[in-house]
Design a protein around this ligand. Structure first.
Ligand SMILES: *Cc1c(COP(=O)(O)O)cnc(C)c1O
Length: 376
């Protein structure tokens, strides 16, 4: 947690649950990524944290944006991004959203199917398109597999078809899976992309762009390699498979830019046991799966927690949210230990919670409002 966030929480004592984002820390993360990957353009994945202040800060720094919908594109434009710095990166788009993006001047579009390619050709004629290839996302704690991308053989046929439809067959993209812990995944993906570049060049369809997606991690409970190691893995993969003839490179970080720039402050609502003899206590917080902690689904993302009572003895707990849905349990299989004297009214902090939290909060399940966000 940054000193600024700690001071804000201690001095302001905002109502809980809330997410506090340190914009200066996002700026530091962005600048570090620029320094480590000077050849890649950075397209921030808006869905990770779409707070207008976050978009505005990044737009001011010169960042580009990976947007997934009409409203995300509008948000970026309103907060200072120019259309040439926006990529419509969702492979599943409504025709009218494509038309709106085209009218706004957005040039770059993702696809992974013939129908989507034809939609883009019809509603954004002449656009630059890139095809997403399917990966298995092994090693990722939050995989983005199965649903996105097509086989390399199909990508080859579709990019050739793009040219026939009057589109610019611009490049290829992939996503190795979010919170990727295996640095070797980029090499596997880039090898495939490099091969497709050569095959398509031979077919008279020269590509220009490799979009390396996201996947750089935030630090939760377990250690992850430093961002330097990720950047090095990406550049080594690119030079191994493209030699000195490097194409345009794009990365689309979400989690790694905003994750560790945010802390969620929550309050204990109840500590109880299902039987007096049971050791494991149930700790119910004022935030749960529906309040923004959706990535605890299958206990995939394991946040680091601290409490206002840290220091004494701890015991095992099951952590749950406040809503009347039994799916609203955060951690039951994963071992979490909290202070034995923890009780209602105490505070529990979720560290590195700046990504994929506020944007996942429901609008009012059980009357609980969406997670409030303070950008400082
Ligand atoms: C979600 C997403 C990202 C961001 O991924 P992170 O792992 O958070 O960096 C990048 N690109 C696309 C297409 C995405 O859907």
């Amino acid at each position: 947690m940054t000193d600024r966030i700690a001071r804000f929480l201690d001095e302001r004592r905002p109502a809980t649950p809330c997410l506090v984002i340190d914009l200066d820390h996002i700026e530091r993360n962005y600048s570090e990524l620029r320094r480590l990957l000077p050849l890649a353009r950075i397209f921030y994945a808006v869905k990770a944290n779409p707070a207008p202040e976050v978009i505005q800060r990044l737009a001011g720094l010169g960042s580009s944006f990976d947007a997934a919908s009409g409203p995300e594109i509008r948000l970026c434009l309103e907060r200072g991004a120019t259309p040439d710095r926006i990529s419509f990166g969702n492979t599943i788009k409504k025709a009218r959203d494509i038309a709106e993006a085209h009218a706004a001047g957005v040039k770059l579009y993702a696809f992974d199917s013939l129908e989507e390619l034809e939609k883009i050709a019809a509603h954004a004629p002449g656009a630059q398109v890139f095809c997403r290839i399917l990966l298995d996302c092994a090693g990722a704690e939050w995989p983005l597999s199965r649903k996105f991308g097509c086989s390399p053989a199909m990508a080859e046929r579709l990019l050739a078809r793009a040219a026939e439809l009057g589109l610019e067959a611009h490049g290829l993209s992939f996503h190795v899976g979010s919170q990727q812990t295996d640095l070797g995944q980029w090499d596997r993906a880039v090898a495939e992309v490099g091969r497709l570049f050569r095959v398509l060049a031979e077919r008279g369809v020269p590509l220009k762009l490799v979009n390396l997606g996201g996947g750089f991690p935030a630090r939760y409970r377990s250690e992850v390699p430093a961002v330097e190691a990720y950047a090095a893995a990406v550049m080594e993969a690119m030079t191994r498979h493209f030699g000195n003839d490097l194409p345009e490179m794009v990365i689309e970080p979400g989690r790694s830019l905003v994750g560790d720039a945010g802390v969620i402050e929550s309050e204990v609502v109840l500590v109880s046991r299902k039987d007096e003899g049971e050791e494991r206590r149930w700790v119910y917080l004022d935030i749960g799966k529906f309040g923004g902690l959706a990535e605890t689904m299958d206990e995939a993302i394991k946040y680091r927690l601290t409490t206002s009572r840290d220091g004494g003895e701890t015991g095992p707990v099951i952590l749950a949210g406040p809503t009347c849905d039994s799916a609203d349990i955060l951690y039951e299989k994963t071992e979490y230990r909290l202070p034995l004297d923890l009780k209602s009214g105490d505070l529990v902090r979720f560290h590195a919670a700046g990504a994929y939290t506020s944007s996942y909060a429901s609008v009012g399940f059980n009357g609980f409002p969406p997670l409030s966000v303070h950008c400082i």
